[in-house]
Design a protein around this ligand. Structure first.
Ligand SMILES: *Cc1c(COP(=O)(O)O)cnc(C)c1O
Length: 416
């Protein structure tokens, strides 16, 4: 068995923005025996998770569930709706947008990338008006798809997907809208149907609180129609066969049985809680962590408060301080993993994940680990982030009981 000597006592603080910590309840669900994926019991599980995932994406249309990572689901989206050499408009908000562009290019698509130039580009979300302008100029409708990232995990910046849809409509352009919500789904507000997204792409190891290993595509009728005409080679990722088999709860090839037990459990937890509550608590955690970073006097990677990520916060280190050296110190001394700076911000920032199976005290402890690490690394801090995050959580009640029947009872105690 694989063991690790990295965490001698207590729980490791997995505070990277995915994989996120997996709740014990989900781990237990996954420990059940693997069943026959062609048997009757499996069909019931299949139908349940397919229906549950529609609720999570907020769609009435089919959701594809693939054994694969988010990167695979990116590829699935592109190869199903596009043809070789198609012109695709992308928007670089950070490293994941950059990687998606690289993948599209390798597949033989002709990509065009919008975005703010230089370091500033990775501190803002999508400016939908730029997309509108570009599409208006494309009177021949040569652009076949617009690809944007909902929650840019490399920076902690979100993008307004509804505004991108409005931009495409305002330009009266037929391009499909493809959205990466790999780290946004089930942590940040997301509405596949209402926002008019044609393909939403996600993965299991972030807001869904599962281990890595599942990739998702949520489809629109327009995307399904496009897939019938598109000619990029596709085999494993092809939607048509999946849609057909999924009708009875089965898959063309072996699906991830035990991860689907976990997915079923995760959906039960999220839907019983209510997605609005899930989103609200991520917003609250994010505000607490940002209060800490602001108290330290360090810049937040996201430069636009309107699009701060509820999922993670990027912390920029002062000139001359290697953010990765700080991260390494925090890992070695305090058994806490933080996200590294990716691509062009490597060494310039680190990322604190506040998604999924977190709570106030795990986040206060995470901030404490960061604060100790920053001080040990010789960073002069303006003030105490630990105090700031405690103050924030104290002043903004959340916690287990908020909004539950038990909380209502507590708020109106029975007369003695
Ligand atoms: C994690 C992530 C990916 C990559 O997903 P993998 O599962 O690592 O392949 C892509 N985009 C975003 C926004 C992500 O957060």
């Amino acid at each position: 068995m694989f063991t690790t000597d990295a965490h001698p006592t207590g729980r490791h603080f997995l505070q990277i923005p995915g994989p996120s910590p997996v709740p014990d309840r989900i781990l237990r669900a996954m420990s059940l025996p693997t069943i026959d994926h062609r048997g009757p019991e499996f069909g019931r599980l299949g139908l349940k998770v397919l229906a549950d995932m529609k609720a999570i994406f907020k769609t009435r249309h089919p959701v594809m569930i693939y054994p694969g990572s988010g990167t695979g689901a990116w590829e699935a989206a592109l190869v199903n709706v596009l043809s070789p050499g198609d012109h695709v408009l992308m928007y670089e908000t950070g490293h994941f947008a950059f990687l998606w562009n690289q993948l599209a290019t390798r597949l033989g698509l002709k990509t065009e990338v919008l975005g703010l130039p230089g370091a500033e580009g990775w501190r803002h979300g999508v400016h939908a008006d730029r997309i509108e302008q570009r599409l208006k100029a494309d009177s021949a409708h040569s652009i076949k798809a617009v690809c944007v990232v909902h929650n840019e995990t490399s920076t902690g910046v979100t993008s307004d997907i509804a505004a991108v849809r409005r931009a495409i409509d305002a330009a009266k352009h037929p391009a499909l809208l493809l959205v990466d919500t790999i780290s946004g789904l089930a942590g940040a507000d997301y509405r596949h149907d209402e926002w008019g997204v044609d393909v939403s792409i996600s993965g299991s190891q972030k807001g869904l609180m599962l281990p890595p290993g599942i990739g998702f595509n949520a489809l629109s009728p327009k995307a399904i129609e496009a897939s019938a005409k598109a000619t990029m080679p596709r085999a494993y990722w092809g939607w048509a066969e999946m849609i057909e088999m999924n009708k009875t709860g089965y898959w063309p090839s072996t699906p991830n049985t035990n991860l689907l037990y976990g997915l079923s459990e995760a959906c039960d937890m999220l839907l019983a809680d209510g997605l609005e509550r899930v989103f609200a608590r991520h917003q609250r955690w994010a505000a607490g962590v940002r209060a800490a970073v602001q108290a330290w006097g360090l810049p937040i990677q996201c430069a636009d408060p309107a699009v701060y990520s509820p999922i993670l916060t990027g912390v920029m280190t002062p000139e001359g301080v290697d953010a990765d050296a700080v991260r390494k110190l925090i890992y070695e001394r305090f058994d806490c993993s933080l996200g590294t700076g990716l691509g062009k911000v490597k060494g310039r920032m680190f990322r604190i994940g506040h998604l999924g199976d977190s709570n106030d005290l795990t986040l206060v402890a995470t901030v404490a680990g960061c604060e100790m690490g920053l001080k040990l690394a010789g960073v002069r801090l303006a003030g105490s982030g630990v105090q700031a995050v405690m103050d924030h959580f104290s002043a903004h009640p959340g916690g287990l009981l908020q909004g539950t029947p038990a909380a209502k009872e507590k708020a109106q105690p029975a007369m003695a």
